[in-house]
Design a protein around this ligand. Structure first.
Ligand SMILES: [Zn+2]
Length: 104
């Protein structure tokens, strides 16, 4: 009996769980928000006003914030709160990655 041929894997192929998110309506909605002019303006204004990483600052370090984090996470907030500075935190790339991995 011939063996089953391997499925074609295009360059950049990701495992199904990630691929499912990549092509999901959820991801499209996330990208639409993060690519919006409104979010770019909020992000820019926030980093101008709060230039340091909030997490590093709590630990006594002065690190430039390069990313803006929703706290609590955006999906727990109504859209009317997505641009509220009270719900945002400036973070460096390292702290933002850690917070995202913790599911915050
Ligand atoms: Zn930091």
């Amino acid at each position: 009996m011939p063996s089953k041929p391997q499925p074609y894997r295009p360059p950049g192929y990701r495992p199904p769980s990630t691929a499912a998110y990549q092509s999901s309506p959820e991801r499209r909605a996330d990208m639409k928000f993060y690519n919006s002019a409104a979010w770019h303006a909020t992000r820019h204004a926030f980093l101008k006003r709060f230039p340091l990483c909030a997490t590093c600052e709590q630990e006594g370090r002065a690190t430039k914030a390069t990313e803006v984090h929703h706290h609590p996470k955006r999906k727990l907030l109504p859209p009317s709160e997505w641009h509220n500075f009270e719900r945002l935190q400036g973070q460096c790339k390292s702290c933002h990655s850690k917070a995202t991995r913790r599911g915050e």
